[in-house]
Structures are given as structure tokens and as C-alpha cells.
Design a protein around this ligand. Structure first.
Ligand SMILES: [Zn+2]
Ligand SMILES: [Zn+2]
Length: 165
């Protein structure tokens, strides 16, 4: 998927105050077409890189955690720049604080992380045409069916944290 996975994945907010680095590639990348993600992005889908929280380093700036309702009903904490309030990642209650959903569009090179799966395509906006070779599911899915062995082991190392929302 990526020519050089050893390069760090860096990103930041729009005003430039917040800069962060993912120290490795994520475990998995969701393209979520649920109505909640459509509303939160103001667009057609959200693109989230799922990664261990301790592999995301805040390089500069200040994060404000905003408690926000989520599709699951359990809520999410959206990490936003304290100055411009652009969202850089979320923690979903279902997955716990050990897992971050980094917003791929805030990376300097978002093209490096295309989706591993399209989820909640039942509410996909009809003009969005999905590529034939990427898995797509009407709602959610079982990680064991789609994640690589390496990513499943990383998830298991988080002691029962279940990345989902
Ligand atoms: Zn900012
Ligand atoms: Zn969603």
C-alpha cells in the first residue's frame, strides 16, 4: 500500500498551531459513509486511520478534547486544535482511549493512506462511486475477516480494545 512505510506520517491543523506525527503506519483505514460522518465532515464520508494512541505524538500546539455524540450512542472525544478547532483525531468510547482514529485528511500526505474498507455504504451518497478492488460493507464488519494478521496482533496487544464506532 505504501512505498516507504518507514517514513513518518506527519500532519496538523489548518492554522498550523497543532502538528503531530504517527510513528508507524496505522492498523487499518476506514472510509465511513454513515450519516454521522457526513455531518461531521460536511461532506460525503470520513477517512480515519486507526492506530494505537501511543503511536501518535503531539509535536506542537494544544489539543482540546470535545465530547461529541456518536452513532453508537456511546460518544466520542474529538481532538481539536485549541486555536482553529480543526479536528485531527477522535477516540471512540467503543474502542477506548488506547486507540485513535486519525483524520487522514489532516496528514501532509493523505494520499499515502487510501481506505482499507468502505463501511456504512448503506448511506453512501449515490454519486460516490467506489473502486471495485476495495472491500465495502453495508454497515460494519468483523476485523478478523479484513485486517492483516500483523494488525490483528497489534490490536490484541491493546488488551481487548475493539476499534469500532
Ligand atoms: Zn489550528
Ligand atoms: Zn461514520
Amino acid at each position: 500500500m505504501d512505498a516507504d512505510e518507514s517514513l513518518p506520517y506527519e500532519g496538523g491543523c489548518t492554522c498550523g498551531a497543532v502538528r503531530y506525527r504517527m510513528t508507524t503506519k496505522p492498523m487499518f483505514v476506514h472510509c465511513c459513509h454513515c450519516r454521522w460522518c457526513q455531518r461531521e465532515t460536511g461532506a460525503s464520508f470520513a477517512l480515519n486511520a486507526i492506530i494505537e494512541a501511543d503511536r501518535v505524538e503531539l509535536l506542537q500546539g494544544e489539543i482540546e478534547l470535545i465530547n461529541t455524540p456518536s452513532n453508537s450512542g456511546k460518544g466520542q472525544k474529538i481532538a481539536r486544535c485549541a486555536k482553529c478547532y480543526i479536528a485531527v483525531w477522535s477516540n471512540y468510547a467503543g474502542a477506548g482511549d488506547a486507540v485513535r482514529f486519525v483524520r487522514v485528511g489532516t496528514l501532509d500526505e493523505p494520499d499515502r493512506l487510501p481506505p482499507d474498507i468502505h463501511i456504512f455504504t448503506s448511506s453512501k451518497q449515490p454519486w460516490v462511486v467506489l473502486p471495485p478492488n476495495t472491500p465495502a460493507v453495508a454497515e460494519y464488519y468483523k476485523a478478523t475477516s479484513y485486517w492483516s494478521q500483523e494488525s490483528l496482533e497489534r490490536r490484541a496487544a491493546l488488551q481487548g480494545a475493539k476499534p469500532r464506532h
